[in-house]
Ligand binder design. Sequence first.
Ligand SMILES: Cc1ncc(COP(=O)(O)O)c(C=O)c1O
Length: 241
Amino acid sequence: MRTSTMNKLTVPYKGLGSELGEQELVAVKQAMSQDDLCSGVYVEKFEQAFCKYTGAKYAIACSNCTTALELGTAALGLKAGDEVITTPLTFIATSLPLLKRDVKVVFADIDPRTFNIDPAEIEKHITERTRAIYVVHYAGLAADMDTILDLAKKYNLKVLEGAAHASGAEYKNKKVGNIGDITCFSFQSLKNMTTLGDGGMVTTNDKQLEEKIRLLKTFNIKKLPDRTTKYGHRDKELPFY
Ligand SMILES: Cc1ncc(COP(=O)(O)O)c(C=O)c1O
């Protein structure tokens, strides 16, 4: 054992959240000083910054990754009797939107070297009822997306990626969020990037999916009523979904 030459690295464990400081306090105050405390200008800025960061064309912020997965599943139009292939090594949120629609969840085993879904196992489970593959990029390591996308193309399947712990992860020089049809992120306080508590994002490069997801998120409300009231004015004229 080379103990004498080994450097001991101490990594602080923060059970309840990431390192947060002055910058975050300033940002919270700024957000609280705007008229729209919900879906205001800062959410729009965050979506734009996330698009720039991931390379995705569209980013839709939402309350958490569980909601992102619900929105993504609804947008894909999955229904009872359809089958979706996914990994058994994940949080229950991956399967919940499928189970509530009576979509059959089919588990394909993982590759023990990466803990990610094994594409060879996926292909064994494809049937004529399979509609989508739900990938999870486990603990920040991207799954074997080229092989998965090839399978999706071959069998005409959609690919939704669970990136709850993969903000900033890359696959062959591409950021996760800019690869499959839909990607769902979590910014919950234990994740590698957090929005001070809960938070989520859906990204896609497909305009039709983006429109569907925005409408689903806002209960089909396309335009805010005029908010010029005695209580103040909107921060600026913002397009509302
Ligand atoms: C793989 C995976 N998907 C989804 C979620 C749900 O994320 P959220 O807490 O933002 O709803 C988690 C949470 O740990 C997760 O690990």
